[in-house]
Structure formats: structure tokens, C-alpha cells
Design a protein around this ligand. Structure first.
Ligand code: BGC
Length: 666
């Protein structure tokens, strides 16, 4: 088929194919062999080799949700750049990333692959990651073509069930779900993937309004759209096409240029042309878009990969160092009673739980090219970082742990989700810890020793009881190849935590969907009287809000100042931040805004900006944000986008539920 010019791209390119685990060098050679077959075809159009390079290639970085917790798009850009350098060395030229789906329901397993619940953070990460993958010139031999996915609304699947249908109102779609994709387009993303979802009754793979009118018409996207796996053929199951020929026509007409894997374009489009159901111009247009990206990716001038580059490009010391920093910076300290962390003065510590010997388990979902052998197991990594006079004991089961715990000074529990419990099609109905782990925590807590709980997970779990039982809780997500050392550095105080939650943490499963930028309702919880928006058996607030995270010192905010009472063009909002603790520390100052009255109801808060500040003990620094009028724009009642005059609140805050509040007019 390749020799006859009947294949245009290869999915799961490189030797590992669909399997897990790095297959070693030689992949470039295999791809070059396949590429040479394409160059024998009549038109000599090179193949595009695509693969899911999601959070690293051989060097596995934290899962995307964890990356978002670092609130540091610059780090995400660097990580994507490393992934591009490694993947291209193996002959991969196209990655199916970044995943830009806003997720408000952690039951959905794919929350692990995105940037969480916030649109502003999502747009910052989108632009950074596209830049990291593609650079300024995607033809460079160490750059990849990126793919913004899954367009769009995929995270709204009902009940958190992957592939299920969703409903999103037009204003919410425009203000919450679409902006990260628009940011990717503005950053020059080469391709976009249509989602599996049936959104508002129109399967995303057949939605001409979104794929053509919005994506190309409004935003000017000129790359190509690829369907998701089999999603063209699945239009038949959705019930918007009678058969494969009909499905192909719906998808192509909607603006899907390339059919991923289902093969129905190849099977049916020629016939549809012959019988007049399809105009050749539509096929030409899809082909033109794909050729444009192949051309932009430099394939016509440089179709082959240097087979020797893989030897030096993989897993460089610099890449590992970056992975270590990223892993550290994404971990979120949720609780630290009596400053139990960093661990100090304990001679003997028991480390217990199912992650004690974790290697590949630290990778998380979507790591077909990560080799577990590259990971120093948690037990080893912690020993390497622990001070010389600290003895570490290990136990991975509940049977052995309690006895050993009697003989130590403190207990460190390392628990959580196996990578296969999050990611595609790995949804849960219960957001508690996996079976057996709650008992583990309860038993260990009952022993009365100082207890640190470290949770590894691909989502926000409902850990209300465990947070109450442990003295300190650190959320480590799936931190990647350097996760063990990074964890050790935080636990033993070599470095301090800086991560913040990119998602609200529910108290129990029944509290989802939960997100900070909700609407006020007519009867908010702050209203008088009994009849208000609440549960009778649960507080309405999340266990931990979006933006929350502690570190080894404390901060105070004071002296909020707005540069004017009225915003004309822009406004400066500033506050003093003081390090009130005894250690150097990093604070993430966040700017939130609320538009009090609109032609449509407005969220109770929206993140508009953030800044990291590193302060010495006792030091005070003024943090200052400039808010521009266009940052207040939204989709108005008449469907147009813009601002509306009126009163606004602004907060400079350490998280989405607290901070200093000021007021201005527009
Ligand atoms: C997933 C995509 C992925 C594709 C190719 C699909 O099942 O939904 O995210 O890029 O497979 O592997």
C-alpha cells in the first residue's frame, strides 16, 4: 500500500508500536525503511510518522495534570522540547498532544492527560507546549508537529464515562472549553484532533460548525484535522450516518481531513466521487491541508531521520535534571500539621504502601516509550536522598507494616492509583483510594506515630478521611522518571513544595462535578435562610480549592491597591506578600476577578493571572498585576464577545477561595 501511495501517515510509528516499553535504538532505521517505500511511490509524497508523545518520550515527565500543578508553562515548554528532541531521533515527526480538554469531573480517567479545570491556565499551557514541540520551525530535525486534542468538549462526558455524550451551552463552550484550542491555534499548532464525543447532539467528528466555521473561519487555522481513532466510522454508531460511506461524507464535509485508522475514507470516498455524492474540490482541500503540514514539517526536503541521533538524544543528564525539577514542582503539600514536613529528627522511618518499590508505576498513563528500568525505585531513591543518620525501613503490605511501625519514629505511607486506573477509558465511579488503601491508612493512623501520607494518582481523589487521619499529606500525582528522588528531596527538605492544585478536590464522589469558577445561583450558600444551594449532608466547599497548596513557610497578604477606581484600557492591582515563616519559600500569587452583573450570569471568580515569588524569611515584596479590558470579555447574551460596563471584584490571593478583595468599575 505504501509503495502504491495508498498510505499517507503511520500511527504508532517507531518500533514499540502499540506496546508498552521502549524498544531501544533502531526505530529510526525502521521508519527510514518505510519512508523509502513511500518515496518509491508515483508521487513520492513522504509519510508522516505519528505517535502519542504525551508527557515525554524516553524521559518521562509528570503527567499533564501534574505539570499543570506547577503553574509554570515555561517548564512545560522545556519538557515538550525534550520530548520532541527524543521522539524525532526515533523517526517520529508528529505527536498527538497537547490534550487541552477542560475537566470538571475527576471520575473521567482522561483528566490525567489535561491541564485540569481552569481555562486561563489551560491557554497558557496550550501555547507553551505547542511551542515546545514545534519550536519556531517545525521542520527542524528536533521538532515535532503538535496536535491539539480532543476538539472539543470531550471532558464533559456525562458521569465521567469516557466516550459518553455531553452537553455544554454555547457561552460555556466559548468561554471555558474553546479558549485553550484557540490559544494552540494562535501558537501555530499544525494539527487538531476531533473528539469522540457527541456534544449537544452533534458528534464532534461530524461538527462542521466547530471544525470549519469556528476553527478555520473564526480562528484562521490552516493545518489539518485528524479524526480520533475510528471516530469517522463511529458516526454510524452515533446515528448520524447510515453506513460507512455516509459517515465519511459527514466527517469530510465537517472538516476532518484525515481518517485515523477506521479506513473508511479509503474504502468509500472514491465511490462517492464516482456516484456524485462528493465533489472533488472537497477531497482536494483536505489533501492540500495535509500536504501543507507535511511541507511545513520539512518532509519533502528531509524525509529521513539520522539513525545515529537516537544514541545521543535519549535521556540526557539535562533531560533527567529537568524531569527532577518538574516532578518536584508539581507535588502539592495539602496538610502539614506541626510542621511534620520536612522530616527532621527521626532516626528510623517506616516507608509503607503499594508504591514502595514503584518504578514504571511512577510514570502514569500514556508512556509507550518509557522504560521502567530507567527509574530508580522509590525505596532506593528515598535512601539516596535521606540524611546519612536516618534509617529507612520498608513494607509494602498491610500485613507486615503495623508490627514494623511499632519500632520506628515516624511512618511514611506511599499509596495511590496504578497508572492503568487513569487515562483513556479508565473511569471510576468511586473517587476514594483504591480498594484496601483506606484501611491501610486507618490502621497506620491508629498506631499513634507521626504519619505522612503521599498519594500518587492520575486524578483528584476524595481523601477527606485520610487527610484527617494523617499529620501531613503530599499529593505527588504520577511524577515520572525522577519521581522518587524528587519526592525524597521534598520530604527531607532539600527543596520545598511549590505545586498548587489545578483542580478542586472533592470531599466525596457525590460532590462532582466541582470547580471553582461556578455560578452564584439565586440562593448561594452565603444567603440567609435555609433553602440554598447545598447538600444536607456535606459542606458545599471542596476539601481543597483550586489554586491551593502549602509549603515549608507561610505567607501573608496585605495592602491591596488598585491603581484606579475605574478600568480604562488597563488597571494595576497590587499587594504586599510577606514570608512570615523561618525558611525561604515560593508563593504563587493569583489574580482573580468577578464581574458582578452581566447580561448573562458570570462565574463567582475567574483566574486572570499568576506569579511566582521567592521570598526570604521576613521579606515583603509587592506583587503587581496589570489587568487589561480584553481579559474581562465574555460571551454576552446576544452571542457576541466583549465586555460590559459595571462593577467588578478583584482578588490577589493564595488560592481560589481566599485573598484580599478590591473593587473597580469598567
Ligand atoms: C485517543 C487519542 C490518541 C489516539 C491515538 C485514541 O484512542 O483518544 O488521544 O491520540 O488514540 O493513539
Amino acid at each position: 500500500m505504501i509503495r502504491q501511495g495508498k498510505a499517507g501517515s503511520i500511527i504508532n510509528a517507531s518500533g514499540a508500536l502499540g506496546g508498552q516499553g521502549y524498544t531501544g535504538s533502531g526505530n529510526a532505521g525502521l521508519n527510514n525503511h518505510i519512508q523509502n517505500l513511500a518515496l518509491e511511490s508515483r508521487l513520492k509524497i513522504p509519510l508522516l510518522f505519528g505517535r502519542d508523545v504525551i508527557h515525554g518520550y524516553r524521559t518521562v515527565f509528570p503527567i499533564p495534570l501534574a505539570q499543570a500543578a506547577a503553574f509554570n508553562p515555561g517548564l512545560a515548554e522545556q519538557a515538550a522540547s525534550v520530548a520532541a528532541a527524543e521522539a524525532t531521533a526515533d523517526g517520529v515527526k508528529w505527536t498527538f498532544a497537547p490534550m487541552l480538554d477542560i475537566a470538571r469531573d475527576p471520575r473521567w480517567g482522561r483528566i490525567a492527560e489535561g491541564n485540569g479545570e481552569d481555562t486561563y491556565l489551560g491557554t497558557q499551557m496550550a501555547a507553551a507546549v505547542v511551542k515546545g514541540f514545534q519550536g519556531w520551525d517545525m521542520a527542524a530535525n528536533d521538532k515535532l508537529v503538535a496536535c491539539a486534542k480532543h476538539y472539543v468538549g470531550y471532558g464533559s462526558a456525562e458521569g465521567g464515562r469516557d466516550y459518553d455524550a455531553g452537553e455544554i451551552s454555547e457561552p460555556t463552550l466559548r468561554d471555558v472549553y474553546l479558549p485553550p484550542f484557540q490559544a494552540a491555534v494562535q501558537a501555530g499548532v499544525g494539527t487538531v484532533m476531533s473528539a469522540f464525543i457527541d456534544l449537544n447532539g452533534v458528534p464532534a467528528t461530524g461538527d462542521r460548525r466547530l471544525l470549519t466555521d469556528v476553527l478555520r473561519g473564526e480562528w484562521g487555522f490552516d493545518g489539518f484535522v485528524v479524526s480520533d481513532w475510528d471516530s469517522v466510522k463511529e458516526l454510524v454508531n452515533h446515528g448520524v450516518a447510515e453506513d460507512e460511506a455516509g459517515a465519511s461524507l459527514v466527517a469530510l464535509h465537517a472538516g476532518v481531513d484525515m481518517d485515523m485508522t477506521s479506513g473508511v475514507y479509503l474504502k468509500t470516498l472514491a465511490h462517492s466521487l464516482q456516484n456524485g455524492r462528493l465533489a472533488l474540490g472537497e477531497v482536494d482541500e483536505a489533501v492540500r491541508r495535509i500536504l501543507r503540514i507535511k511541507h511545513r514539517a520539512g518532509l519533502f526536503t528531509q524525509p529521513l531521520t539520522d539513525p545515529d541521533r537516537a544514541v545521543t538524544a535519549m535521556l540526557t543528564p539535562g533531560a533527567r535534571q529537568l524531569a527532577r525539577k518538574f516532578a518536584r514542582d508539581c507535588m502539592v503539600l495539602l496538610k502539614n500539621d506541626h510542621n511534620l514536613l520536612p522530616l527532621q529528627g527521626f532516626r528510623r522511618i517506616l516507608v509503607a504502601g503499594n508504591f514502595v518499590h514503584a518504578r514504571g508505576e511512577l510514570y502514569g498513563t500514556w508512556t509507550p516509550d518509557g522504560d521502567p528500568q530507567d527509574v530508580t525505585p522509590l525505596s532506593e531513591a528515598l535512601k539516596q536522598v535521606a540524611p546519612a543518620n536516618v534509617e529507612l525501613w520498608f513494607a509494602n503490605s498491610l500485613e507486615e507494616a503495623p508490627n514494623l511501625a511499632q519500632q520506628v519514629d515516624a511512618v511514611l505511607l506511599v499509596l495511590g492509583e496504578h497508572p492503568s486506573r487513569s487515562g483513556e477509558n479508565s473511569n471510576v465511579s468511586d473517587l476514594g483510594l483504591p480498594p484496601g488503601q483506606a484501611e491501610f491508612v486507618a490502621t497506620m493512623a491508629g498506631l499513634g506515630k507521626p504519619l505522612v501520607l503521599v498519594v500518587f494518582a492520575g486524578r483528584s481523589l476524595a481523601i477527606t478521611r485520610q487527610v484527617a487521619q494523617a499529620d501531613a499529606v503530599l499529593y505527588a500525582w504520577h511524577p515520572g522518571i525522577e519521581g522518587g528522588a524528587a519526592l525524597g528531596e521534598i520530604l527531607f527538605g532539600v527543596e520545598a513544595p511549590v505545586g498548587r492544585l489545578p483542580v478542586s478536590f472533592p470531599r466525596v464522589t457525590g460532590q462532582v462535578p466541582i470547580y471553582y469558577n461556578q455560578k452564584n445561583s439565586g440562593r448561594p450558600i452565603s444567603a440567609d435562610g435555609e433553602f440554598k444551594t447545598r447538600y444536607v449532608d456535606l459542606p458545599t466547599a471542596p476539601l481543597f480549592p483550586f489554586g491551593y497548596g502549602l509549603t515549608y513557610t507561610s505567607f501573608e497578604y496585605s495592602n491591596l491597591k488598585l491603581s484606579a477606581e475605574t478600568l480604562r484600557g488597563s488597571l494595576e492591582i497590587s499587594a504586599d506578600v510577606t514570608n512570615t515563616g523561618a525558611r525561604v519559600g515560593s508563593e504563587l500569587a493569583q489574580l482573580y476577578v468577578r464581574d458582578l452583573v452581566g447580561s448573562l450570569t458570570r462565574p463567582v471568580r475567574e483566574l486572570k493571572d499568576f506569579q511566582h515569588l521567592v521570598l526570604n524569611p521576613g521579606e515583603t515584596r509587592r506583587v503587581s498585576f496589570v489587568l487589561h479590558e480584553e481579559q474581562l470579555a465574555f460571551t454576552r447574551a446576544n452571542g457576541s464577545r466583549g465586555t460590559e460596563p459595571g462593577v467588578f471584584h478583584a482578588w490577589v490571593a493564595p488560592d481560589s477561595r481566599s485573598g484580599l478583595r478590591g473593587e473597580f468599575r469598567l
